[in-house]
Design a protein around this ligand. Structure first.
Ligand code: ATP
Ligand code: MG
Length: 630
């Protein structure tokens, strides 16, 4: 019997053989001459000399066997629209989009920036780019003009593809004015803007620059655009990291390595088979959306659900209703979405027939034990935590149920995934840590196929940022803390910049958060370290309660604060006890649902919170300020 550990060992001992085998999962126009070229570390080139095309493998390849199978199902609870595209229809739409991009002057190697809501045209545009060898850069729809302009100047697209508007929680968000302002701010604006008019918001058009997609779509008719066979290392896309900790980095992805890595992960990790349906609730603006809304499921010949909407509209049962309706087999979401559901009536979770669903995958942030066990028992399906980054494009740590069914350990994403030589190392010396000893999660080069090839346009930044953190040797740093247990399971303990130093004790914010989250009244919590004249730093906890009524009066709040402090005292000791616990209705998060600790910290210390362009809801910070004063 193959075991996860044996597959992992083989992938590291004989990467050439392992990955050559996986490469057979996709079509190559020309097979590679060399599996790996690592002659210039840390730059790894996979499947050197091989020629392939992502769009061919995601779309065209399936026409022979599954032309009439749904490829893309679009559901918008924002505009109340549903529409399904078979592989044949998807192929036709992608061809049309590709023909339009060519007509607007886009050529192989050119960048196309996609600033779009969750509509089918966004997926057509991504696939059309990879079809013609253009490099897409998707920027989360509705991002502020300043962030968009910075990405335009970094990627220097020939064309921007956008739409009149998106919609969130029933509110129309006009994109065009944001885009116009970004184009005004940008040093290097593109010559052409291609606009999909959804009829949600009026658009002002700049003659000569702004083009109408629907008109062009008619004009190009049924033109067939052949797939451009690209050398495996040719860039497929640029994607900027979430910017949770600082200036976003333009992650450059290759073509062949990414296709092989995703195809392999679909079987070994996600257990997705051709004909299955996958529903990933992320957004195409994030890496999870790139890999597991668009490319992964389509490479595998699955049906993918593209959902525009929130988990709680029209009601908190919507995600499960979609599972029932589309017979979803594989679902992928984020802990933040599950915590949102945790604040709703649990009856929504048992209302729909979830028998088609095999597993629920969660990634993007730490999955705390209470949330994991809550959702697992509520839906009665295995919950698979998986840990990775925009940089890697696919999971680094996960249980790999397609290889072997191993038991999960709550709080751990599981074992290192094949291809990744994961080490827990001492932050200062780079020496490997013993089991149970906390260190930085590092990866020994080369990174496996599909991971970032470099920082777009800045090889030096790639080496300096990711590979220069340890004194003894060049190693990739994830900038996350972790620990390995005796069985080899890895636990992520938060980001290396999320530590607080209380009277000389270094404490992870994550550990304190876990402890507070175990209090039954708490739905969600953020802990930050704030400056203290005596102790250096002290912990401050910001909580959302399951039932806000529990903190209605100052007396209630004091009593609850005391209980929470006692919980931490008992579990971690008095040094970790927060100096204050405040209660809010919402936490400041990025658009991708990650906590903006640096903003909370700044406000708590009376400083300017700095760059807030990636914040989801600015009123959350105002609420926090108020709670601090109250
Ligand atoms: P930036 O690098 O710009 O600050 P970011 O790190 O938030 O942004 P992403 O690449 O979207 O951008 O997020 C990856 C990070 O998310 C990981 O490094 C880790 O900190 C966290 N993460 C992702 N999945 C998990 C998980 N399953 N468990 C714990 N943490 C996770
Ligand atoms: Mg990061």
């Amino acid at each position: 019997m193959t075991t996860t550990r044996a597959v992992h060992a083989r992938s590291l001992v004989d990467p050439d053989a392992f990955w050559a085998e996986q490469a057979r999962r996709i079509d190559w126009q020309t097979p590679c001459e060399q599996v790996l070229d690592y002659s210039r570390p840390p730059f790894a080139r996979w499947f050197v000399g091989g020629r392939t095309n992502l769009c061919h493998n995601a779309v065209d390849r399936h026409l022979a066997k599954r032309a009439e199978q749904p490829a893309l199902v679009h559901v918008s609870t924002e505009t109340d629209q549903r529409r399904s595209y078979s592989y044949r229809e998807l192929h036709a739409e992608v061809n049309r989009m590709a023909a339009v991009l060519l007509a607007l002057g886009v050529r192989q190697g050119d960048r196309v920036l996609i600033y779009m809501p969750m509509i089918p045209e966004a997926v057509f545009a991504m696939l059309a780019c990879t079809r013609i060898g253009a490099v897409h850069s998707v920027v989360f729809g509705g991002f502020a003009s300043v962030s968009l302009a910075a990405r335009i100047d970094d990627a220097r697209p020939r064309v921007v593809v956008s739409a009149d508007a998106g919609s969130r929680g029933g509110k129309v968000v006009p994109y065009k004015p944001l885009l116009d302002e970004a184009l005004r701010l940008a040093q290097n604006p593109p010559e052409k803007v291609l606009l999909v008019d959804r009829g949600l918001a009026p658009m002002e058009r700049t003659p000569g620059r702004d083009e109408d997609y629907l008109a062009w779509r008619e004009r190009v008719g049924g033109t067939q655009v052949p797939c451009e066979w690209l050398e495996s290392s040719a860039p497929s896309y640029i994607l900027y990291t979430s910017g949770t900790t600082g200036k976003p980095k333009g992650v450059q992805r290759d073509t062949g390595g990414y296709a092989v890595a995703l195809a392999t992960s679909m079987e070994y990790i996600f257990c997705g088979k051709p004909g299955d349906t996958m529903f990933c609730t992320s957004d195409i603006g994030w890496v999870v959306g790139h890999s597991y809304i668009v490319y992964g499921p389509l490479l595998a010949g699955m049906t993918t659900v593209l959902y525009e909407g929130t988990p709680v509209r029209p009601d908190a049962g919507i995600l499960w209703q979609l599972v029932e309706q589309y017979r979803v087999n594989v679902m992928f979401s984020a802990p933040t979405a599950i915590r949102v559901l945790k604040k709703q009536d649990p009856a929504w979770l048992t209302r729909y027939d979830l028998s088609s669903l095999r597993m629920l995958f969660l990634a993007g942030e730490p999955l705390d034990e209470p949330t994991a066990s809550w959702i697992q028992s509520a839906i009665g399906k295995p919950v698979v935590d998986n840990y990775w980054q925009t940089e890697t494009g696919w999971p680094i740590i996960a249980l790999q149920h397609g290889i072997e069914a191993l038991p999960a350990k709550l709080g751990s994403p599981g074992l290192p995934v094949y291809g990744y030589d994961v080490r827990i190392v001492d932050e200062q010396t780079g020496a490997e840590c013993a089991p149970g000893q906390k260190g930085v999660v590092a990866i020994e080069g080369p990174l496996p196929p599909g991971c970032m090839s470099t920082v777009w346009g800045d090889d030096e930044r790639f080496v300096k940022t990711y590979w220069s953190g340890f004194p003894d040797r060049q190693r990739y740093s994830t900038f996350d803390w972790g620990v390995r247990d005796e069985d080899g399971y890895l636990f992520i303990l938060g980001r290396t910049d999320d530590v607080l130093n209380v009277a000389g004790h270094r404490l992870g914010t994550r550990e304190i958060e876990e402890s507070i989250a175990s209090h039954p009244a708490v739905a969600e919590v953020a802990v930050v370290g704030i400056a203290d004249p005596l102790k250096g730093q002290v912990a401050l906890a910001v909580c959302i309660l399951r039932d806000a009524g529990r903190a209605a009066t100052p007396q209630d709040r004091m009593a609850l604060e005391g209980e929470i402090m006692q919980t931490v005292d008992r579990q971690l000791g008095a040094v970790a006890r927060p100096s204050r616990v405040v209660f809010v209705g919402a936490l400041p998060k990025t658009r991708s649902g990650k906590l903006l600790r640096r903003a909370i910290q700044a406000v708590a210390e009376g400083r300017d919170p700095g760059d807030l362009t990636t914040i989801e809801d600015p009123s959350a910070l105002a609420q926090f300020r108020e709670a601090l004063q109250g």
